[in-house]
Design a binder for this molecule. Structure first.
Ligand code: SF4
Length: 179
């Protein structure tokens, strides 16, 4: 896998201050994509063991709430191995850090169905998945952590436990005017 960028102080892609990894390679080709250069799987730098160490060190400060995976497409089958290796290390060494991922694939139709391979270990490390492609006709700049209205903020652990799609509760509270 290659990656396009690592941000060590991101406040736009999940709660709190986060480290963000933008992986390279995406086959969705959404019109209006915010990061078209990262469609190419060869774009950017090779993701190596050294990159994992850099990310772990960025995550160590107490003020960093967690890691967010973006792209490109972190769920492309050819990207999954490197991402899972990273998440495994994070959960071993920094289990308190939350993990968010943005994917153009749908949680139920594409990921749980097995269409993208066995994602069970990958999903076991995720807290929130923002799923679905960016749809320009549904673009809404007022949405929190999403670009278009079709995208869902899914509580992965609660969804797996209940065998249904459970939306991230903070977002639900916000929708109901509770937050
Ligand atoms: S899934 Fe994301 S990175 Fe891929 S084309 Fe759509 S907006 Fe761009």
């Amino acid at each position: 896998m290659n990656y396009a960028t690592i941000k060590n102080c991101d406040i736009a892609n999940g709660p709190g201050v986060r480290v963000s990894l933008f992986v390279s390679g995406c086959t969705h080709r959404c019109p209006g994509c915010f990061n078209e250069v990262a469609w190419d799987f060869g774009y950017g730098e090779p993701f190596t063991e050294e990159t994992i160490e850099i990310i772990l060190n960025m995550l160590r400060p107490a003020y960093i709430q967690g890691l967010t995976l973006l792209g490109g497409e972190p769920f492309e089958p050819q990207n999954q191995g490197a991402v899972v290796a990273l998440l495994r290390r994070i959960k071993q060494e920094l289990p308190e850090k939350s993990i968010w991922a943005f994917s153009g694939y749908l949680f139920d139709r594409d990921i749980l169905s097995g269409r993208l391979g066995d994602t069970s270990e990958y999903l076991s490390y995720l807290d929130v998945l923002v799923d679905g492609p960016f749809v320009e006709a549904k673009k809404n700049l007022s949405l929190r952590f999403r670009g278009s209205e079709n995208q869902r903020l899914i509580d992965v652990k609660a969804s797996l436990a209940s065998n249904s799609i459970v939306l991230w509760e903070d977002w639900q509270g916000e929708k109901k005017g509770l937050k």
